[in-house]
Structures are given as structure tokens and as C-alpha cells.
Design a protein around this ligand. Structure first.
Ligand code: URA
Ligand code: CA
Length: 443
């Protein structure tokens, strides 16, 4: 067997790996038998030299098979998973999982926690009193069979090689690589066992991929991995140059999800628009709708009838959560804070840019997110935006309201929001919410 030094050199010189070579270092990463410095050097070589489509597929499979592969074959129907590459104010999972399930599609999803400026579904769910996300795999399967939807934390042994490699990438400037991101995301999706996967790939200042072109390349790589491995995968590319919803913070985002599922948001609301587009793809892939228009009307029916909200309540109750909180009025209690502080516009004009990353960081500073892995989260805090890009504002208008319990960093958070929102005299050209749908690589 080749040594790690040989493998690093091979990639450094631009060579491609065989599956057997990939298995060597992926197994080493999962079992802790290859030292971090060699893995880090190899990751940097991959970052600089790239990987072919075949290598990316092999890496995905190798990482997926480094741990337990969930078996959802006992669940009737086409089981669909949904994944977002991460963003700010992105509450789509809490809306879509129950809404799509209410339309008859079984949804089995393992979610993550927030890191840095991005929020995580598990942290949002845990803002509901009593709720626990650490279900066993058996309980996960039972819940999908019983109520058609389960959203839980990743089970311990899910793609352990990715866990090691991702932690190293995070501290060696090797996160932003298309083959590494695509294989990391897809290895976990494969290991979760769904038949079909819908991906929301974000582009913009709040995302890993800063431009729509980069986001499309990432989307195509992930769709291609699915095609090579026999899983149906579709991706939509959406804007993350501003927060998707208005709320950024854990209970605040659950409240917004409940508001949406109660039919209280207008149909042109961007969060609803992205949910409908993702939901259409999920229904189409599950074979429950003949075309996108049929899928959309099924989703809107489940929204208007309250069936989606009812599913969310059942899902929360099965996780031990107090589902009676899931009304807009009761959610207000969970969003109660010591102090609400408006951040005013400093000039007349139009909002022409919004740095989503800074807005996410402002919420994190208030206690809505973690700076380190083990930091505690305050579920009630965060912020609610009052403007979107293109809005006309006057000096003194509130750009957003900060929800504050610990005031020590409120001024810093307010300054970050002010620096994130650029106001100019001219109305900016509109930027699309959705850049495209990728169903087949290269299509
Ligand atoms: N999310 C992941 O799971 N992996 C990456 O590499 C990037 C985002
Ligand atoms: Ca099935």
C-alpha cells in the first residue's frame, strides 16, 4: 500500500486517485490512524488541484460508508430529504418538512446546528420547551412511518470520516473547495438513506459560494454525484445576499415559520417563494405531482387548510416539545426579551446592499449563535429585519429591531447591522431570488 506521503505527492502533482487510494486515507481519517498534519496537507493539495467527477463520487461514497448507513427501505413511498448549504434567516426546513409531509411525501431529515454566522435547524427546534433532537435511529424510522416526517440531529456514527475532515478544513482554509463541499454534503445525505434529495444551494455574501456561477458549479457537482450513485437529486440556486426571512434568531425564526404555516405571510414573501419552489421539487421527485403547477397548488392547499402547521405540531410533540406554543401568539412568549432596540437608517435613500454574513454575526453576538462549539445559545434573542434590498428608507427609520437579553454587545451588534446595510441615493437594479434549477449536471 502506498504511504500517505506518496498519496499527498500524487495529488500535489495533479494526479487523480483511485477508489482504493481514497479508501486508504478516508479510513485513516475515520479511525484516527492518519495524523492530522498529513490529512491537512492532502486536503490543501485537493483544494489547489481539484478532483475529477469520478474522484468526487468515490470520496462521497467512501465517507458515507465510513459509518452507519440508515436504511429507510421500510418506509413506504419515495422518501425525500432536503438540504440547504446554509445561510441567514433560512427557516425553510421547519416549514417544508411538515408542509411536504402533509401532502403525502415521507420526509426523513437529519439536521445540523448553527456555526458562526449561520443558524441551524436543531438550535431553532430546541427553542421550543421540552424538545429533544437526539433520537435513536429506530425512533427516527418509527416517526417517519407513524406521522410521515422526522427532523432530528445527526446520529453519532453518520459519516465519521467527514466529521474529522470537516473539522480540519475549518481550521486550515480548505472549506471552500467544490469537490470537498459536494462530497461532504452528499456523503451525509447518502448515509441518511433518502431516495431523493432536494438541495438549496445558496449564492451571495452570506454563503460559502459568493457568486451564482460558483453556486451553480457546486449544484452541478452534487447533482452529478447523485446521478452516478443512483439517487435522484435536484438543486435550486437561491440568493443569500440578504437574510431569507425577516427573523434571525432561534425562537424568532420558529415564530416566523409558524406565521407562514398559519397563512399569514403574503404570497410574494421571499421565504414562502423559496419554500414553494423547493416543495415543488420534493413533490415532483416523490412522484406525487404531475407538474410544478399541480405541486404548487397541493402545497398551497396544505398551507391554507392548516395541515402543514398541524404536522409541525405533531412532529414537535413526538420530540417531547410543548406543541401548544406553536401559534403566533404563544410564540411571542418564547421571544420575550429584556430589551428591544431599533437600529435606525442613517440617511435617506434605497437599501442597495445587505451583507447577510454581518447580519448573521450580529444575531450571534446577541447570543443567538455560537462563536465556539460549546457556547450556550439564548433561544429568545436575535433580530427582525424591517427592510429588504431595494426598499426606500428615510433617515431614522428602523432597519431592524434587536432582541436583547444581555446588553453588553448590543452596540457592537447594532454597528454591524448598520455596516451591513448600505444605503444609496439610487434605487438598485433588482436581483433575482432564484438563479436557477439544476436537475441534470450540465443541463
Ligand atoms: N456543509 C457541509 O456539510 N460540508 C461542507 O463542506 C460545507 C457545508
Ligand atoms: Ca421507500
Amino acid at each position: 500500500m502506498e504511504s500517505m506521503v506518496d498519496l499527498i505527492l500524487h495529488k500535489r502533482e495533479g494526479g487523480a486517485f483511485t477508489r482504493a487510494q481514497i479508501d486508504t486515507w478516508v479510513r485513516g481519517a475515520a479511525q484516527g490512524t492518519v495524523p492530522d498534519y498529513q490529512l491537512a496537507a492532502l486536503l490543501m493539495a485537493i483544494c489547489l488541484r481539484g478532483m475529477t467527477a469520478e474522484e468526487t463520487r468515490d470520496l462521497t461514497l467512501s465517507m458515507a460508508e465510513s459509518g452507519r448507513m440508515a436504511d429507510l427501505s421500510g418506509v413506504g413511498g419515495v422518501c425525500v430529504d432536503k438540504h440547504s448549504t446554509g445561510g441567514v434567516g433560512d427557516t425553510t426546513t421547519l416549514i417544508l418538512a411538515p408542509l411536504v409531509a402533509a401532502c403525502g411525501v415521507p420526509v426523513a431529515k437529519m439536521s445540523g446546528r448553527g456555526l458562526g454566522h449561520t443558524g441551524g435547524t436543531l438550535d431553532k427546534l430546541e427553542s421550543i420547551p421540552g424538545l429533544r433532537v437526539d433520537l435513536s435511529e429506530e425512533a427516527f424510522l418509527r416517526q417517519v412511518r407513524d406521522i410521515g416526517v422526522a427532523v432530528i440531529g445527526q446520529t453519532k456514527n453518520l459519516a465519521p470520516a467527514d466529521k474529522t475532515l470537516y473539522a480540519l478544513r475549518d481550521v486550515t482554509a480548505t472549506v471552500r473547495s467544490i469537490p470537498l463541499i459536494a462530497s461532504s454534503v452528499m456523503s451525509k445525505k447518502l448515509a441518511c438513506g433518502a431516495d431523493a434529495i432536494v438541495l438549496d444551494v445558496k449564492a451571495g455574501s452570506g454563503a460559502f459560494m459568493r457568486t451564482p456561477e460558483q453556486a451553480r458549479a457546486l449544484a452541478e457537482s452534487m447533482v452529478d454525484i447523485g446521478a452516478q450513485l443512483g439517487r435522484r437529486v435536484a438543486a435550486i440556486i437561491t440568493d443569500m445576499d440578504q437574510p431569507l426571512g425577516q427573523a434571525v434568531g432561534n425562537a424568532l425564526e420558529v415564530r416566523e415559520a409558524v406565521e407562514l404555516l398559519s397563512g399569514r405571510l403574503p404570497e410574494d414573501d421571499p421565504l414562502l417563494a423559496v419554500c414553494l419552489l423547493l416543495g415543488e421539487q420534493m413533490l415532483l421527485m416523490a412522484g406525487l405531482a404531475a407538474d410544478a403547477a399541480v405541486a404548487r397548488s397541493m402545497l398551497l392547499d396544505a398551507l391554507k387548510s392548516g395541515a402543514g402547521l398541524e404536522k409541525l405540531r405533531r412532529m414537535v410533540a413526538l420530540l417531547g416539545g410543548r406543541s401548544e406554543y406553536l401559534s403566533v401568539e404563544r410564540m411571542d412568549e418564547l421571544c420575550a426579551v429584556r430589551e428591544k432596540i431599533d437600529v435606525p437608517a442613517e440617511a435617506d435613500g434605497f437599501v442597495c446592499a445587505m451583507q447577510a454574513e454581518r447580519i448573521g454575526t450580529a444575531a450571534q453576538l446577541l447570543g443567538a449563535g455560537r462563536a465556539k462549539k460549546d457556547d450556550a445559545i439564548d433561544p429568545a434573542v436575535g433580530l427582525v429585519m424591517h427592510v429588504r434590498r431595494g426598499a426606500a428608507v428615510r433617515r431614522g427609520d428602523a432597519l431592524c429591531t434587536l432582541y436583547v437579553n444581555d446588553g453588553s454587545r448590543a452596540q457592537e451588534a447594532a454597528a454591524l447591522v448598520r455596516s451591513a446595510v448600505r444605503i444609496a441615493p439610487e434605487r438598485p437594479a433588482p436581483v433575482p431570488m432564484v438563479y436557477g434549477v439544476v436537475q441534470r449536471a450540465g443541463a
